[in-house]
Design a binder for this molecule. Structure first.
Ligand SMILES: Nc1ncnc2c1ncn2[C@@H]1O[C@H](COP(=O)(O)OP(=O)(O)OP(=O)(O)O)[C@@H](O)[C@H]1O
Length: 288
């Protein structure tokens, strides 16, 4: 098989967490081309994490043709994840770990034990990541700081040379040096190995020159999907932070206007599938 024209292709996707509420995504379409470093932006609750989890094959949505990654079905073709072509780095560790309070990890494992426990890894790549993330292999995982734990998580997630990498706010706990080094590493991965990266974040420092593409999701709707170089606001000397801030602020105003004019809560979107037994819902979806 030659190089795919799209690394990620979503066609007419519908997804709902809850059968009672209207779907979060309805007839959602998205194309992401190979080698792109795509920023996924949007307000809290707009659907970024859900979208990344769907792309990572963690929710079953529709048939095999709806969510395609590297020309395979993200959910059905489990080899995508098993062979390491599709990698997802999300908040799972820090959430489970963070909410466990005094018990971040149940056993007393060293960073070395965790990292060297991942099998089939190129030792050169492993050493490079350990150095890049400045990991001390003697760290005891139950005693380290959030940022140190996060470094080990990131290292483990990147050990296999993925083709598509989905990142959900992974740099929040990192100091500025670790963050910038990691972003540079990701850039090399796209340029040298042809990897594709989708990165959801609220931290925009340094991303103007890092990202190639931008996807803006508003309330489950694709508001923008374009090359960063085509973004007119950025040409007017504004930084990405100000541009995204102005988009999100105007979103809030629209919402407020709606509330003033009409105080009765309206369903967000109606769907011809609402009464269909085939709509995606919490009952239909399979969770990994
Ligand atoms: N497990 C769940 N069950 C039901 N609803 C959920 C679940 N997870 C998320 N949602 C809802 O889906 C919507 C999208 O959430 P999501 O986490 O995808 O947003 P997000 O853009 O990643 O937000 P943030 O920027 O805060 O991380 C929100 O309205 C949220 O309340």
């Amino acid at each position: 098989m030659g190089e795919e024209s799209h690394s990620i292709q979503v066609s007419g996707m519908q997804f709902s967490y809850d059968a009672i509420r209207s779907p979060l995504f309805f007839d959602f379409n998205l194309d992401i081309s190979p080698r792109s470093r795509c920023l996924l932006v949007g307000a809290n609750g707009s659907g970024k994490t859900t979208l990344l989890r769907i792309l990572a094959g963690k929710h079953m949505v529709g048939g095999r043709d709806v969510v395609r990654v590297l020309n395979c079905s993200a959910f059905h073709d489990t080899s995508l994840v098993c062979n390491g072509d599709l990698a997802y780095l999300g908040e799972s560790w820090s959430k489970t770990v963070g909410s466990a309070g005094e018990l971040p990890l149940q056993g007393d494992f060293s960073a070395e034990h965790m990292i060297f426990g991942v099998e089939g890894v190129d030792p050169v790549r492993r050493d490079k990541l350990i150095e890049l993330l400045d990991i001390d292999l003697r760290w005891r995982m139950h005693k380290v700081s959030d940022g140190q734990r996060r470094r080990v998580q990131i290292c483990m997630g990147l050990l296999h040379p993925y083709k598509v990498l989905l990142l959900d706010e992974v740099t929040v706990d990192l100091d500025v040096v670790a963050r910038m080094d990691l972003l540079e590493f990701f850039k090399e991965e796209c340029e040298q190995r042809g990897a594709t990266i989708v990165y959801a974040t609220h931290i925009f420092d340094g991303l103007e020159t890092w990202a190639t593409d931008l996807v803006y999701v508003q309330d489950g709707v694709l508001n923008k999907s374009q090359k960063l170089s085509d973004l007119n606001e950025l040409k007017n000397n504004l930084n990405l932070l100000s541009v995204v801030e102005s988009w999100l602020r105007s979103e809030t105003k629209i919402e407020k206007k709606k509330t003033q004019v009409n105080s009765t809560p309206q369903p967000k979107k109606s769907s011809p599938f609402d009464s269909s037994p085939f709509r995606s819902s919490r009952h239909m979806a399979y969770y990994r």
